[in-house]
Design a protein. Sequence first.
Length: 404
Amino acid sequence: MAKHSMHELVGNLQNVFREKDGLRIMVEELLKHAMEYEVEDHLGAGYHERSSDRRGHRNGFKPRRLKTRIGELDLNVPQVRGCEPYHPSMFAKYQRSERALLVACAEMYFQGVSTRNVQHVLESMCDGEISSMTVSRIASELDEKLDAFRRRRLDAMSYPYVQIDARYEKVRVEGRVVSQAVLTVMGYNALGMKEILDWRVGDSESEQTWGEVFRGLKDRGLGGVQLIVSDAHSGIRAAIKRHFQGVSWQRCRVHFKRELMKKVSHKKQRDLMADLKSVFAGEDEKECLLRGEEMAVKWEPRSPKVASMLREGLPDCLTVLQPGIPADHRIRLTSTNLLENLMRRLKKRSAVVCVFPNQRSCDRLLGAQLIEVHETWQTQSRNSINMDLLKVHEPKPRREGVEA
């Protein structure tokens, strides 16, 4: 692979350092050459080089300004096509702060702040001028990142465990403020790491809406699913039955408890939960079902609805007790608590907005937060589970035209 000679680079730096603002120009020159080296490694070939290792082609440059202690740097970032996008390593820290700026910018727009006022706020934050065109470009770049993340392939490994949940946001649709469901899917991959797999803003949690989410996941290569955890919403259950035939379903125990408590008065809820805790404390599925029947008989005279719900819903809450699921995994799979905690985190961000002006703005703000969470998960081993305890079923190769 061709490399620029060190002698040529040093000569250029000596020349520019003699000019006005020599230090700033020298840093620009260093970053320029560093990016050239990186993009060659990224593509696997130099300019006009024919190589079997080539993974893509150059596609011009994109101007970018970077604020530093020595002044504002004017850089031309190489662009590529036919492969994964190239991101300069020296911008990693800048990209994190840029995402925070994007969210702040989006929130102000969502609240109806004018473009001029947004500029004033951003100028005070960034100690410099920011044009409305720059603000629009930033929003466009964020959309590209979100779309790329949501289109990434999932067939590199299995996802034995999948958890799904939804929450609602106020969104303006055709002049009316309506509730829109934010459908979120996370999974544990074959390495035991958590991943955000997808999210979607839809009209409701209907079978059709969840079906579109599941269909998109399978088109991207999701496979090896052995257990899905969710609440008992009819739309979710119908979509799971249709798109994930043969996959076990675990009913979220926390949702089950909440629904059960609604069947009795506030004074009886403590006794009810104490009895249910004893039911779930059984060593295996058979013992839990036996205790559940005893509880149903006990509560039937006082609340027939409690007895009926226990008999109908309890078996689905015990799926994790099946022999194929390791005991060490069960505590993380009995409920969607992890996703619910994540939803509360999103709510803190969206509460500032109150009402989103459209679905796209809602998707953009929440999606940016979900990607941040996903990236954090990839660096925290404490969030993983030991998949060596589970016999992971690798996804079977899909044939063209055949739905998995």
